[in-house]
Design a protein around this ligand. Structure first.
Ligand code: NAD
Ligand code: ZN
Length: 264
């Protein structure tokens, strides 16, 4: 069910299902799960958008692995430094701000994100749970000692974005990005927290997730099994459409503020 009137994938006017608005208004507890789509309007590309320019000959799914890093640390560290420079230069968008606002409107809201950009925090969300880590908290590959990045936005070195990975201050090992790679487990405590939270919430809101990457693929199914209502916001059809109670099609930066405007 699409509760909004859409044209060419973009919201033109909102006419949400009154049952959806009532569910938002009466919810005591809401869990939110966000994916790369929530940051797209800040100019941060999703992995499904082809890498462009400098990185057009690379595939994100082969760069974001431990094997890729160990095989060519400067290439992979450089790619993450380039991504860090992009997100630090970007600004949170209306979707990030609307979710921070929603947390102020409902008795309890728990926000879980698959994003590594920290744009939710910069929009004012507190206690954001990072399922896939953060670009801003690298650590040693060998001993996990945290590495403190220099302040400021990384600049492209004269030789391009092939950047040697720093050395760990504790053991001299290679410092790696603080993100969860495709061949790694998600942090178990945060993952359990996401399942427990969505099972015990009145509503789960899933924003900008293709539904092809766990836990976005499993969380809504699990919540539905527990009898919870699920709202999905995505530009296009997703693998989660059949699972969600409401599928709102359009830009997160338009739909989320409009939902809040109508509900509160
Ligand atoms: P994904 O599986 O979360 O898919 C992104 C989804 O967002 C797609 O279904 C797309 O239709 C939707 N979308 C795009 N623009 C939108 C908009 N304006 N409003 C609403 N929905 C929109 O993400 P992925 O790109 O395959 O990435 C896989 C993983 O890689 C992520 O879960 C994340 O850990 C990491 N990643 C993070 C960032 C970031 O931190 N900003 C960016 C790219 C990838
Ligand atoms: Zn170390």
């Amino acid at each position: 069910m699409c509760g909004a009137k859409c044209q060419g994938g973009t919201l033109v006017s909102a006419d949400f299902d009154p049952v959806l608005i009532a569910a938002l208004q009466s919810a005591r507890r809401i869990t939110v799960l966000t994916g790369a789509g929530v940051s797209a309007e800040s100019g941060i590309p999703t992995f499904r958008d082809a890498l462009t320019g400098l990185w057009q000959n690379f595939d994100a799914h082969t760069l974001a692995t431990a094997d890729a890093f160990l095989g060519d640390p400067s290439l992979v560290w450089g790619w993450y430094e380039w991504r860090r420079s992009q997100v630090l230069a970007a600004q949170p968008n209306a979707a990030h701000r609307a979710l921070a606002e929603l947390a102020r409107r409902v008795p309890q809201l728990s926000l879980f994100t698959q994003n590594v950009d920290n744009l939710h925090e910069r929009a004012g969300s507190v206690d954001v749970q990072h399922l896939h880590g953060s670009l801003h908290h690298p650590r040693c590959f060998d001993c996990a000692h945290p590495f403190v990045l220099p302040d400021g936005i990384p600049e492209e070195p004269a030789g391009g974005w092939r950047v040697p990975a720093p050395k760990c201050q504790a053991c001299g090992g290679l410092v790696r990005p603080g993100v969860v790679w495709f061949d790694e487990y998600l942090p178990a405590d945060i993952l359990d927290g996401a399942f427990n939270s969505s099972r015990s919430s009145d509503l789960l809101i899933v924003v900008g997730c293709s539904g092809k990457v766990d836990p976005a693929a499993r969380l809504p199914r699990d919540a539905k099994k527990a009898g919870r209502k699920v709202i999905q916001i995505n530009l296009v059809e997703s693998a989660l459409d059949g699972v969600c109670t409401w599928n709102l099609r359009g830009r997160a930066g338009e739909l989320l503020p409009e939902l809040i405007r109508q509900a509160f």
